[in-house]
Design a protein. Structure first.
Length: 100
């Protein structure tokens, strides 16, 4: 049962990361980093959920949901903000503007 949970979570994380690369490609780092992070986040989430619920429960669905949630959180941390056109770049505090 543990093998099914791990494989299912890894596949869910891979699918979620692939969808993120496809939809949010320009706002993410390289696709290899995103795919690896999605799978690692899903496996960690499945482990965390399985450990929290305990070994005596038949919780395949809950473990897969926990893996997908943690994978989504990890992928959201990789997002970069969108660039805003028309806004001047921010200067460092206490900097003196140069002329030239």
């Amino acid at each position: 049962m543990l093998l099914i949970e791990a494989l299912g979570s890894a596949l869910l994380g891979l699918a979620l990361a692939g969808a993120a690369v496809r939809v949010l490609g320009p706002r993410l780092p390289s696709s290899r980093v995103v795919l690896a992070s999605g799978v690692a986040g899903a496996l960690f989430g499945a482990y965390l959920t399985h450990t929290a619920l305990g070994p005596g429960h038949n919780t395949l669905f809950a473990t897969l949901i926990g893996g997908a949630l943690v994978s989504g959180v990890v992928l959201s941390l990789l997002l970069r903000p969108t660039g805003r056109a028309g806004r001047p770049p921010r200067r460092a505090p206490f900097s003196v503007p140069t002329r030239g």
